[in-house]
Design a protein around this ligand. Sequence first.
Ligand SMILES: [Zn+2]
Ligand SMILES: [Zn+2]
Length: 272
Amino acid sequence: MTAEGVSLLTSIYLGLFVGGLAFFWLWEDGAPLRPFPDARARRRHALRNLGVLAAVILFADLLVGSWLLRAGERVLETPPGLLTPLALPIAAQVAIAFVLIDAIEYGLHRLAHAWRPLWLIHTVHHSDPHVDATTGVRNHPLETTVAIVVRVGLYLALGLPLWIELVRVIVVNTLFLWQHSNVVSPRWLEALRLVFVTPAVHRQHHSPVPPLIDRNFGQMFSLWDRIFGTYAEPQSEAPPEYGLRKLAGEHWQSLPGLLLTPLRARLVPDPL
Ligand SMILES: [Zn+2]
Ligand SMILES: [Zn+2]
């Protein structure tokens, strides 16, 4: 991989992300699966979720990823690691990174539902009472920080080049927007759930009540949920309701409320 290649990947990443948000914004406007009360409520909801994204970019991406971990400078380096002696072709390295990181994300997601300190951070994603494409970027900066540290650590430990992560997030971020989109996807796309986590599959996870909230933890591949018995086949496009009942008020849903949720929610008794 060359510096030009990395800048091309970065452009594709940003273009697909901004283009994807705009694409779903228009589609959700024309044919929403679950309409907002009015356009103003929809705009306010989107601005708040994008506000959380801005905090993620500043804190997790720039401060931790770029500055502390120097991920940008290391993107072309291939440090020696556990896989180095095998001298694997690049396609195999990409495949290993995709499968392994997806398995780790599945495990981390399950841990976030089982271990209260992580759950308090993860609630920011779950407390959204209206799931749409902007929910895909509604993750607390601390949650993204944990994910970045784990992923960079894995690439360094295995000796895989970090630019592979750039390729992976192009796929995963586009997938996130689609998984949370407030539209009904064509049947042939939903049929991909045999292999991938589709919107109907992921929406079940946004139900506030068990068992659905404890099902479908997968990020990219539905394989892990199927193997470990946490897969729930969607019985409908979406569960009857979204969000977390105790975190539904304005106190929680404003931008400061969202960013302070991990602190404030400590005082809320389980289950959240
Ligand atoms: Zn979750
Ligand atoms: Zn989600």
